[in-house]
Write a protein that binds this ligand. Structure first.
Ligand code: C2E
Length: 712
């Protein structure tokens, strides 16, 4: 700002001269001080008496006789006794204005400045003009500076505005500003335009009522009100807006009110983040965390969670629920033989059928592989029974995957809570126990958990421990059972049957301990021991009888079986042609390709391969075409009903007819009576094995006479 000028700013502080000072002195003073224009005359106390102006003084002194007349006279004779007086504190503007109005002629002359009526300096019109002109120049300069500043600030403001607009428009969130009073939209950025599929120019100046339906408007206004009533930002989620493709968007809105200094609301800024993709990703993560991606069923984690909830509900309300463990039968065979893609398709279809069986509110989970579980709310035990029955029934129809059709089954173990327990882990293992019971009893069915199953499990665990010691402690022994040729009535071979002399329990049946050995992995070393011992025994027999050794499907898991066979033959010196391996069809059910290759390698050594328990499986006949078996052993369950049962007769006849056409020898197991033996002979069986011919015994010597007797 320009500073205002006062008289004090333009006066010269020249000392006044006294009234009795002669004019000659003044003359000399003016001569020696060319810039001195005026000089005041004042008393010693500062009382102003008059003013001497250079111009007038010099004119008078220069006049004819002027110097002679005035030189010696005191200055009072030459002075202007009524000079213009002005207080030093008078603003210059007022002085000039007043002087111009009242005594314009004085302006061109000198004047005396006073302070409290006493002398304070002298001034001239020139000094006034100088000051005014300097003042004008200053004002002009100031105006120029201000104009420049203004231009600079305007440019800066414009740059800031452009920058701010760029920032606002590039914020990846919606920014919408509206007036606090009339709610009209003042600004919307590009993200907002995109979100609402509008153009800023079309909505600026409008209100929510102009743009949205009444229900949406009501919600917007309510949230605005909430923001206006709050001193903080208000955050909310909104799911009512849809984008240009009518897809629902989930928005997070943050409303902040801008207020003036006096606290009055000026505008409402709404910041909107589109959380749709984030929410979808969260939902996908939750889906992955809780659902099996292949079948869409609940996964193990969600199942565990649900089980906990069902248990606490059962505890609170006493309402029962059923927990079922489901395991597919023969799924592994499909997976191994036809690949995982086929297996996956099959699992998807199984899941669909399961879904169709349960009621709303029941939970089906895929626990992994081909294992599933169900949690079912029940009012009666029958409910669980019915559901299990429905599921078993639903799995019966063949599954069609591509051009293939698969027949599989399902085994279901059921526990009831809270009756069977309240510990989730315990309940699951009990349902598993019941499920294994179904498996062991021929699969494809359901079974409720019974407390004795726990005891059986306990016994099984104990047996596993005992088995581990048994091999090292030489508790195993091989028994041999003879096989008779029905044509020649000669003993042809012996089957090696494993016996376990348990130190406490006595003789334990292989039917009891072989499954335990299989489950615990002990079947590997045990089977190897059987193979070696059987070969060693047969190598020492007085006659070239063959020895038949049972091989568990589990022994096929290791590709080394052909090597073990070779080693056993080599170590014992038994010719390969005298060794026969008995396998069951489950060997070909699991990992068919690999197992067929193992069988082929063994057969190529000259070892004979027999299919045991023929007829008990599901697809025995098809396996006869898959591998050139040397022998088929008809399961004793068919022999038992001979000679009178028509079904047994026709089954055995069908087997022998087919075997004949394939050139395979047929052995019948479990022959106990002469009538059975005769019937088998008539049906075309080549060989017989059973108590009638000889019971399994620790050595062969004892059986030779028996065999001869029968033969005779
Ligand atoms: N009721 C009746 N039964 C008869 C008759 N003749 C023979 N048996 C019994 O029938 C079973 C025949 O053996 P398997 O079917 O291979 O069935 C065998 C076989 O699957 C398995 N096993 C036995 N030893 C071994 C072995 O060393 N390794 C493997 N992996 N399994 C074995 O244990 C099963 C049972 O063996 P065992 O208890 O010795 O039972 C033997 C035998 O004692 C008869 O006339 N009437």
């Amino acid at each position: 700002m320009q500073k205002a000028l006062f008289i004090s700013d333009i006066t010269d502080q020249i000392a006044p001269i006294s009234p009795d000072c002669p004019n000659a002195v003044i003359y000399d003073l003016f001569r020696d001080t060319p810039d001195l224009m005026v000089v005041a005359v004042a008393d010693a106390d500062g009382t102003v008496l008059g003013l001497i102006e250079r111009h007038t003084f010099n004119l008078r002194m220069a006049a004819e006789f002027g110097r002679a007349l005035f030189s010696r006279k005191p200055v009072t004779a030459m002075m202007d006794a009524d000079p213009l007086r002005v207080d030093v504190n008078t603003p210059l503007r007022d002085f000039t204005r007043a002087t111009l109005a009242e005594r314009p002629s004085e302006l061109m002359r000198g004047f005396i400045a006073t302070r409290d009526g006493k002398y304070a300096g002298v001034g001239t019109s020139l000094s006034v003009l100088k000051a005014i002109s300097a003042d004008l120049q200053n004002a002009f300069d100031l105006q120029q500076v201000m104009t420049d500043d203004l231009l600079r600030l305007t440019a800066e403001a414009q740059r800031s505005q452009v920058f701010l607009n760029t920032v606002i428009n590039n914020i990846p969130a919606m920014v919408l500003v509206k007036n606090a009073d009339d709610q009209r939209i003042r600004l919307i950025n590009r993200a907002g335009e995109k979100l609402f599929n509008v153009k800023a120019c079309d909505i600026v100046g409008k209100t929510s009522q102009d743009l949205f339906p009444p229900d949406v408007t009501a919600r917007i206004l309510a949230s605005d009100r909430k923001a206006l009533d709050s001193s903080d930002a208000v955050i909310m989620e909104d799911e009512t807006f849809t984008d240009d493709q009518q897809r629902k968007r989930v928005l997070q809105l943050k409303k902040t009110v801008l207020r003036s200094d006096n606290g009055e609301a000026d505008s409402i800024i709404t910041l909107g983040m589109d959380l749709t993709e984030q929410k979808e990703a969260e939902a996908r993560i939750a889906q992955l965390a809780h659902y099996d991606p292949l079948t869409g069923l609940a996964n193990r984690a969600l199942f565990a969670n649900d089980l906990e909830k069902s248990l606490s509900r059962a505890q609170r309300s006493g309402r029962s629920f059923a927990l079922m463990c489901l395991d597919l039968d023969r799924f592994k065979a499909v997976n191994d033989s036809y690949g995982h893609m086929m297996g996956d398709q099959l699992l998807i279809q199984v899941a669909e059928r399961l879904r169709a069986c349960v009621r709303k509110g029941d939970l089906i989970a895929r626990m992994g592989g081909d294992e599933f579980a169900v949690i079912q709310d029940i009012t009666r035990v029958d409910d669980a029974q019915h559901l299990a029955g429905r599921i078993v029934e639903a799995m019966k129809a063949p599954f069609k995957v591509g051009d293939m059709r698969f027949q599989i089954g399902i085994s279901i173990g059921i526990v009831l809570a809270p009756q069977d327990g309240l510990d989730p882990h315990n309940l699951l293992s009990r349902a598993d126990l019941a499920m294994y019971r179904v498996k062991s009893e021929g699969r494809n069915g359901w079974c409720f958990f019974r407390p004795e199953m726990d005891e059986q499990l306990q016994r099984r665990l104990e047996m596993e421990q005992d088995l581990k010691r048994a091999l090292a402690d030489n508790q195993f022994q091989l028994y041999f059972q003879p096989l008779l040729d029905l044509g020649s009535h000669e003993i042809t071979s012996f089957e090696a049957l494993l016996r376990w002399h348990h130190p406490v329990r006595g003789m334990v049946s292989p039917a009891e301990f072989i499954p335990v050995a299989e489950e615990s992995g002990l079947i590997g070393p045990l089977g190897e021991w059987v193979l070696k011992t059987a070969c060693n025994a047969a190598a020492n027999w007085p006659q070239p009888w063959r020895i038949a050794v049972n091989i568990s499907p589990l022994q096929f898991r290791h590709k080394s079986l052909p090597v073990l066979v070779k080693k056993a033959l080599k170590a014992s010196g038994l010719p390969a042609s005298r060794l026969e391996l008995e396998i069951t069809e489950s060997v070909l059910l699991e990992n068919e390709k690999q197992n067929l290759s193992i069988l082929t390698q063994i057969r190529e050594q000259g070892v004979r391969i027999a299919m045991d328990d023929f007829g008990t499986g599901y697809s025995s006949l098809s396996y006869l075409r898959a591998f050139p078996f040397d022998k088929i052993k008809i399961d004793q369950s068919f022999v038992r009903d001979l000679p009178h049962d028509r079904d047994a007769l026709s089954i055995i006849r069908a087997i022998t007819d087919m075997a004949q056409s394939l050139g395979v020898r047929i052995t019948a197991e479990g022959v106990e009576t002469p009538a059975q033996m005769d019937a088998l002979k008539d049906l075309g069986c080549h060989e017989a094995q059973g108590y009638l011919i000889g019971r399994p015994a620790p050595g062969i010597d004892a059986y030779c006479p028996v065999a001869k007797t029968v033969a005779a």
